[in-house]
Design a protein around this ligand. Structure first.
Ligand code: 16G
Ligand code: ZN
Length: 545
């Protein structure tokens, strides 16, 4: 234990409130910022161990994404920029919940279980969002890393995807790019400018995009990046953090959930707009038509646009690479039908949560994954990238092939393959629309969403609901799935499922049908079935109509 004396002393400055239990959930730890100081210190310790174990740099991002400003959170980033391995999520929970006096024992347990050589050096990259609490919390991470003798680099204010990118750059010795914010801007803007050369004669109106920065870090970083884009994208930045509160009545989550524009944004009819979330790893697009009707282009529409574009390029380039779109049960049925029946691309459905989609996308030559909420990216396998690069260099390729494969190559460079990235996704979407000469209305018209509705139901223990088939069917409690099946039969083009939330103490209900009234009514009936069969608490779910 002597080697940990420093840790023990330092940990006293970051004491754990007795009895407080938190879990490393789908997106790391999240809670009110005031409860998180000890968690940050301990995640500094854990990241140092993970670094020694993997002999690589590990990332620690201090953010609570789309949550209210008073909250905060922390995520660990693995060597290739992906989410930390699942077995280490359990270590994170154990370490976070150890009472003060058993902290060192818990630390030793992890070292032993993972057979970590404590003589290995350690390196941790740290980033934070714009929350008032993020400064002192990221300092607590630094304390954790240094008390175990690890080296750290504090990037300060960065978006979550920027930190993922830095970690990947570092561990690939610069092959992925240079591990600086400037390097990120240079890589992406270079690819974007190359791509938009294929769309000459665009008017200023076509280059204009209204961006809602959610009053967060994405807004700051967009400002920094603007000059690199040389007016090929003319961003009108709203909710830039100079006045409003982070995520308050704005941002991607607000727009998606409320199905309406954010506050603080002036939208002309038909004008292309998008919203980032609080740490800029999610994006949704939207516009209002001349009748004032709001149209949302969520993750499903984004995944469809990008996969259609990539499939077309593969055909033009004559490359035989398998492309698949990964969705979750929340994907609108129309998007799935369009992709399978019209575009003839493979569609695969996984459980909710980025890590599940990311993992599934890795199984294909090109895996496009998007959650309906706007988190997503595209993964290119090593073999696919090699084939594309070889064709770029092939002197015998004809002009059509050359053009297509150059576009593919630049698109790869524009995409942040480590994680969903609002800025990178935005630039990909803007480039695709420009190259194909599409307006936001053309994009919206690719398919029409089925009306849908989501509800939450409070139950005494949401774990009584167990699901299978990528959360599309409930296994328990007994009788629930049968009840859902017979309700769904009453509606046209209907589908419904229920799942326990991974981030809130509720059961989520999703329904879609041929009309909004039908979707609303089905969602209500399914909510009642959950309430009755899965131990509902409080008032019975009420009908919307
Ligand atoms: C987390 C997930 C997100 C998922 C959401 C579902 C990450 C980084 N984030 O925010 O992908 O859509 O949880 O929340 O994995 P729910 O379980 O409460 O419905
Ligand atoms: Zn986020």
């Amino acid at each position: 234990m002597a080697q940990f004396e420093g840790v023990f002393q330092k940990s006293k400055l970051h004491p754990k409130p007795g009895g407080l239990m938190l879990q490393y959930g789908t997106a790391g730890f999240r809670a009110q910022a005031k409860h998180l100081d000890h968690i940050m210190f301990r995640m500094g310790l854990l990241a140092t161990l993970r670094s020694k174990k993997t002999k690589s740099t590990i990332g620690v991002m201090v953010t609570a994404s789309h949550n209210p400003e008073e909250d905060n959170g922390v995520k660990l980033i693995d060597p290739m920029g992906e989410m930390v391995a699942a077995s280490w999520e359990d270590h994170a929970t154990q370490l976070a919940n150890a009472e003060q006096e058993s902290l060192l024992t818990e630390l030793e347990n992890i070292i032993e279980k993972e057979t970590i050589d404590m003589n290995e050096p350690a390196s941790v990259y740290i980033g934070k969002d714009t929350r008032p609490s993020s400064g002192s919390l990221s300092q607590a991470v630094v304390d954790g890393v240094s008390s175990l003798g690890g080296k750290f680099h504090d990037y300060g204010l960065v978006t979550t995807p920027q930190l993922h990118y830095m970690v990947c750059c570092r561990n690939t010795n610069g092959c992925y790019g240079s591990a600086t914010v400037e390097g990120y801007y240079q890589k992406l803007s270079h690819a974007f400018l190359q791509l938009t050369q294929n769309a000459p004669n665009r008017t200023d109106d076509q280059k204009r995009l209204v961006v809602d920065g959610a009053n967060g870090i994405g807004a700051l970083k967009m400002r920094e990046m603007e000059a690199f884009l040389r007016s090929e994208l003319q961003v009108v930045l709203s909710n830039d953090g100079s006045r409003g509160k982070l995520n308050h009545l704005c941002g991607a989550d607000h727009v998606k959930v409320q199905q309406k524009p954010p506050e603080g944004l002036t939208m002309g009819a038909g004008e292309r707009c998008c919203s980032f979330d609080g740490d800029a790893d999610r994006i949704v697009y939207y516009y209002t038509d001349s009748d004032g009707r709001f149209h949302l282009q969520d993750g499903d529409k984004i995944g469809t646009l990008i996969s259609t574009y990539l499939k077309e390029l593969l055909t033009q380039a004559g490359l035989d690479l398998q492309i698949a779109v990964v969705q979750t049960a929340y994907a609108n049925g129309s998007s799935t039908r369009y992709l399978e029946d019209v575009m003839k691309v493979t569609v695969c459905c996984t459980k909710t949560g980025v890590k599940h989609l990311h993992h599934a996308a890795q199984q294909y030559d090109i895996g496009v994954y998007f959650e309906a909420n706007g988190h997503g990216t595209v993964l290119f396998s090593k073999a696919a990238q090699k084939q594309i690069l070889e064709l770029v260099k092939d002197p015998n390729a004809n002009d059509e092939k050359k053009r297509a494969v150059k576009l593919l190559d630049n698109t790869i460079n524009l995409i942040n393959q480590t994680v969903g990235d609002a800025i990178s996704d935005m630039l990909v979407i803007e480039a695709v629309l420009a190259i194909r000469g599409m307006s936001v209305q053309d994009w919206d018209a690719i398919y029409t969403d089925l009306p849908n509705r989501q509800f939450k139901v409070k139950v005494s223990d949401r774990c009584v609901i167990d699901t299978t088939d990528a959360e599309r069917r409930a296994v328990t409690p007994v009788g629930l799935q049968e009840a859902i099946d017979s309700l769904v039969k009453k509606y046209k083009q209907a589908r419904a499922f229920v799942r326990p939330s991974g981030t809130e103490d509720v059961v989520r209900v999703y329904a879609e049908a041929d009309t909004q009234k039908g979707a609303d009514s089905l969602a209500h009936e399914v909510s009642l079935a959950v309430y009755r069969l899965a131990g509902g608490v409080g008032d019975e779910p009420k009908s919307l109509h």
